[in-house]
Ligand binder design. Structure first.
Ligand code: FER
Length: 273
């Protein structure tokens, strides 16, 4: 009997050691026995970019089109597109696993392409001025084209209380910039390892009290070895100094999907409860 205890002990120690913040090792691993959410590829007409644009949509296991669901808009980084969270971020496995454990509220997750320009692939010079600008143009595309399309085609609850936005790196910057500057569209906001496109919190936030009143969640997170850590730290410090409620999560790691997978695992459990 005894010889079984040591491997079990070591496994538990590695998986649940302080640094991984109680996230089980296999949180992103596909499990055969689980029910699976569904992935749709959608095409919407963008008046902003004047082309048809693509996005991915994850609907939860047991999706019922006669019900209405809240929506998370989840954005990618400079190297990605609408497939990044699925291909590199294991999003569907992470969510399937959380549903299997009853840990998240049923929601629709929309994975847009946040580079709002005619050629929105992450190719060529992804740091060019034109391509960086397309990440801010996306605010219009999202609000005027994509959200109305989703609200027409999917059974979603159409108010800010039931809308969340989050993203990694450039997508984190987009999430914070878009919502903190007007507080009109989303009531849950997450910036994961936010990039230099993030506007300083002091410029984004007009009135700290309004942020506290309007947001259900402001989540800022970064890897402790990320070269861009100071951007998240600065936001956190400003929020702290101005008594703006937020959750700041420093995870072990760098600027990569090991951190972002944990972010989506943590963040999704805090939504719509
Ligand atoms: C930069 C460094 C990194 C920058 C953007 C990034 C706009 C984005 C990284 C990512 O999205 O992963 O100087 O400038």
């Amino acid at each position: 009997m005894k010889k079984f205890y040591l491997p079990l002990f070591l496994f538990t120690l590695i998986c649940f050691s302080g640094k991984s913040q109680s996230i089980p090792c296999d949180f992103a691993k596909p499990q055969n026995n689980n029910q699976h959410g569904n992935l749709d590829s959608i095409t919407y007409s963008s008046k902003t970019v004047r082309v048809n644009r693509k996005a991915m949509v994850y609907t939860p296991p047991n999706f019922d089109s006669t019900k209405s669901y809240p929506v998370l808009y989840l954005l990618h980084g400079i190297e990605g597109d609408e497939h990044a969270w699925i291909e590199n971020g294991k999003l569907n496995s992470i969510l399937d696993n959380l549903y299997a454990e009853g840990k998240i509220e049923p929601m629709i997750v929309v994975l847009p392409n946040g580079r709002a320009m005619k050629n929105d692939r992450a190719e060529g010079d992804i740091f060019s001025k034109e391509k960086i600008e397309a990440f801010s143009t996306f605010e219009k595309d999202l609000l005027n084209d994509l959200i109305p399309f989703i609200e027409k085609e999917y059974p979603v609850i159409k108010d800010r209380e039931h809308r969340a936005i989050a993203g990694l790196s450039m997508g984190g910057g987009q999430s914070l910039n878009f919502e903190l500057s007007n507080l009109e569209q989303f009531s849950y906001v997450g910036g994961f390892s936010s990039a230099p496109n993030t506007r300083p919190a002091k410029d984004l936030i007009e009135n700290p009290e309004t942020v506290n009143n309007k947001l259900n969640l402001l989540y800022i997170s970064c890897g402790d070895e990320d070269d861009l850590l100071q951007i998240s730290e600065q936001a956190h410090n400003y929020l702290e100094e101005n008594d703006i409620a937020h959750k700041y999560v420093l995870l072990p790691g760098g600027h990569d999907f090991e951190v972002w997978k944990k972010n989506v695992h943590n963040f999704s459990q805090l939504l719509f409860k």
